[in-house]
Design a protein around this ligand. Sequence first.
Ligand code: ADP
Ligand code: MG
Length: 406
Amino acid sequence: MDAKTVRDVDVTGKRVFLRADLNVPLDDGKITDDSRIRASLPTIVHLLERGATVILASHLGRPKGKVNDGLRLKPVADRLSQLLGRPVRMTGDALGAGVQVAVDKLRPGDLLMLENLRFHAEEEANDPEFAKSLADFADLFVNDAFGAAHRAHASTEGITHHLPAVAGLLMEAEVDALSRLLERPAKPFHAVIGGAKVSGKLEVLEALLSRCQAVLVGGGMANTFLAARGAELGASLVEADQVENAERILGEARRKRVRFMLPTDAVVATQIHARARPRTVAIGEVPPDQMVVDIGPQTVAAYTEHLGRAKTVFWNGPMGVFEIKQFADGTNAIARALAERADAGASVVVGGGDSVAAVEGLGLATRMTHVSTGGGASLEFLEGKTLPGVAALLGMDAEIASEKTA
Ligand code: ADP
Ligand code: MG
């Protein structure tokens, strides 16, 4: 990446404010996927091994500016401590007199983790005073939180007005891998897009139409495109207010001569439930009381065949309700096909919380070229937007940077 990284500066003896994205999914206080913690390890280890004093900070969930005991970072500190093989001390707050005392006691090679930044409304408001207070703990700011880089918050943007700022190793890897999709990707470049809804992914779909040779659509969002083509989809999730946008995108794909593939068959069920009895039907034959829960085997065959020719693939969004095993075949088949493409030398990038969870769950993550930890951030990056957290590392503000790249 263009920004300086931790490898370009001497960190020995420095107090480093390290912003990581340790925002992991929790279920009843237990971490269900620790990939963001593991992905943050290289930078933490890099700094500690070189004798930096590390003040580690992250957000967790959406406490909306209030202390929320269910969103304390303690489980994250415990997991990090297991992975590092050393105790990880935590503060009870992200700032205040107590934190200052703890910071003052730190020695080179020590690590201290601050409590959830978003317990303070000033974090998301990018409050300058709050940013300054965080900066006062340290001599250097390292941003490794790619997953939070699409937000201009105090700990991702504001703080850079008070400290020299460099990128962490994960930030660098994410920006480099995603940049390669934007800058002369090997062709054919195909995108696989799924997930529940079209809304929220309109912009990325439009951006991909300008870059890809084919867009393969699955998941609930495919229903809205099929509805735009006049299909009856029974009780399926269809976004009525997005049908017009879907029509527009289909038109754009035709004009740009991008192959836009939609499912030809589907797995349907009367309800989204582990005990539901799924069956496979052709699109156009979805019974009125049933809903589409996965792409069907004919669609899987057509998609995997088409992907077999791709040299570059970006995948976001599962092909069905993969959380339920009987509705996961489509998602799993696409994941396996993409791992094979990557083995064969294609560049395969997976981004998005749920699609990444599916790939991790199948143990296929290491076979992919890159698995992004940044859900929303990776989509905004591919839309060609300048991420404020990245722009801040380049010493630009996001608006100026957007003008430059526009
Ligand atoms: P990602 O996190 O990878 O970006 P999304 O959050 O957009 O993906 O979408 C994931 C969600 O979409 C999953 O919870 C999945 O159950 C849901 N989903 C996929 N297909 C369908 C479908 N046919 N009907 C309803 N929900 C679906
Ligand atoms: Mg998701």
